[in-house]
Design a protein around this ligand. Sequence first.
Ligand code: UT7
Length: 334
Amino acid sequence: MKNKVVTRITGTGSYLPGHIMTNDDLSNIMDTSDEWIFSRTGIKERHLAKDETTAFMAAEAGKKALEDAGVEAAEVDLIIAGTITGDYVTPSTACEVQEKLGAVNAVAFDINAACAGFMFAFHTAHAYLQSGIYKTALVLGVETLSKILDWKDRSTCVLFGDGAGAAVVCADGEKEKELSEGNGGILAFEQGSDGRRGMALNCCGRKNRNPLTDNGWIPSYVSMDGQEVYKFAVSTVPVSIQRVLDKAGLHVEDVKYFVLHQANIRILQSVAKRLKADIGKFPVGLDHCGNMSAASVPVLLDEMNRKGALEKGDKIVMAGFGGGLTWASAVVEW
Ligand code: UT7
């Protein structure tokens, strides 16, 4: 019997900016309505950063996760942030968080996988921990999407929000047992990418502006073919979840909660239907947070953790999907 290192989530944290923008607030500044936004998406309001930076929100979420886990900043040896909205091209958000937390012993870097960013970061941390390279990771999903939105494009700007979530992930070195013995932790994961369909959800970066190519470039914002992304989500996510359950030797009925990226309530309903799962097992955070891309999953996980919804032994599926296109699912025993 092969021994494996058990990697567990031992603490969670989140931070939402203080300013709440309701659908009615939006309808006062653009041609939209609470009726359109809520009926199409399930979103009622979202938090928007005013003075908060991406790194500030991530560090606040990280601090709470460390407190929850009972881990000192100096014990963290790996920080990975899933984000597409860092404050700087360099330093990375993870390096900024390292500095803010005083996590002097950590290696820190970001991952760009858009709405699957937290899950990609989580899986990367898991792989490092499983290999024995590191023992204690702080995994972050953080976005200030409001700075890359076109506030004149009602088809995108009403959908998104700002925020940060974090999880401490630890290698359970003293209890290296066979996972199938029910020792908990991360039981299985799977992920994928399809760059061929990447332009369905894009935000252009800087273009060449040197003396050879001065092309009058001006910044552009998030652009989305909503229906393409919707079709991608409802077809790919159930398959990914089924695959990860098969890997873990579990069935849909064994899962207590499906903690999915929060893009649209209709996507959650469609995934539940395709999996033949009870929609009550799909917690909702988008009503008060909108779509926070990489932050959606860890913020929702933290809200559930703090209200005591997660009990030891619960099987939880987490899944992210979006720009890239990217997707990722994991099964975790709490
Ligand atoms: O996080 C990454 C993953 N992202 C997603 O998963 C997003 C997936 N896509 C979706 O959730 C949906 O496609 C949307 C919510 C983005 C859009 O819903 P839809 O049912 O596909 O609407 P639509 O884009 O087809 O727009 C329908 C109508 C259009 O008007 P006409 O052309 O029918 O007259 C739009 O101009 O709704 C209009 N519209 C709006 N009206 C009021 C678009 N945005 C708005 C708005 N308020 N904010």
